[in-house]
Design a protein around this ligand. Sequence first.
Ligand code: SF4
Ligand code: SF4
Ligand code: FES
Length: 391
Amino acid sequence: MAEVYDRPPEKFKLRLRRYDPESGDAPYWDEHTVELEPHRSVLEAVLQAKDRYDGSIGIRCSCRQAICGSCGVRVNGEPALACHTHLDAAKAGAREGVIEVEPMGNMSVIKDLIVDMDAVHWKKIQRVTPWLIAKQPVPEREYIVSKESMVDVTQTMACIQCGACVSDCLAMEVDPGFIGPAALAKAYRFVGDPRDDQQFERLNDLAQDPQGIFDCTHCFKCVEACPKDVNPMGQIMRLRRIATSDHHIVDQNNGERHEAALTGLVRDYGLLHEAELIPRSYGGNSWFAKFHPAAGKELLSSLPTALKGVLRGKIGLKTAVFGHKIPSRDLKAVQSIYDKIESRPERYELNLYIAGEDEQLEKPSGDAVAAAVTHESGGKEPDTTEQGGRA
Ligand code: SF4
Ligand code: SF4
Ligand code: FES
């Protein structure tokens, strides 16, 4: 390890995306060569370029140690914390050895590498009522909460509000009104907290909102982007499961029916039967759904897309009409997975953040939470208190 920090300074080429909306000029690329030890960060490189060559370069930063979430940017096209990205690693992933640094996506640029977090990210966080609505009556002393439920919400509390997930969210790119991964992860922080009094109300609100939990397309981009292993998509899926399985919320967006149709079709066919998905999502989860008026309207509107798929050879006509066929032995194997899961007395939430060897060790309850979290986050040390990140 010591030799990593003993390496002498090297030259690194930076390409910075520059843009000042107030100037009226178009965005452009600006190149600088900096000299730093390879283990130093991209943030230090940008600050050296700012210090030595051009004081007008705009970048936001504060802690310089991956805690405050201020320095979110894109390095070589990928979302990253500039202070948490080593120069040697950035160079290894760079095209022609030039490290490209750009502002994050899905948020407008204020100047160079600084984006408007207020207008997008923070507005969405406010949308989910990001505070605890305490169960009444408030106990005279503290609320007693199980260790498991607190560790569970600790994963979302590890969020440092850097906006990297927002930057890469594909649903938000198409629908900027989507509440988005960071805010929905924050919503889980309170939905999953046994001290909160409004679990149903919060879930009903997020399920009925056309830009709420069912607007997520399950693309995993936020999971890959997050530097703190918050797993925003996983939190959104938990919100959905609690909304549908525990509270039986049937939303106006057909999200609950769509999920039921999808899982039902995989159980029946072993693979997804695309042509049945729309009618079952709108007309009820059975073969007769296609005769329901609501399903007919949706089927008609999707016909041009389906025809295009058939004409371009993406779907065979037979498969489109009759669905996929898999050997009956394989179908039985798929169905046995359903039987096993559905026969459990209660839903088991796989949470890699809390499952691990530390759970089997006997530890004083005070450190158990922190120990389990540190172990499962690969030693990244997420904060176990909200004060550690931003609330
Ligand atoms: S999984 Fe959902 S929330 Fe996450 S980036 Fe994709 S669409 Fe956005
Ligand atoms: S969930 Fe992760 S990527 Fe998104 S704002 Fe929080 S720390 Fe950043
Ligand atoms: S400066 Fe990078 S997270 Fe604080």
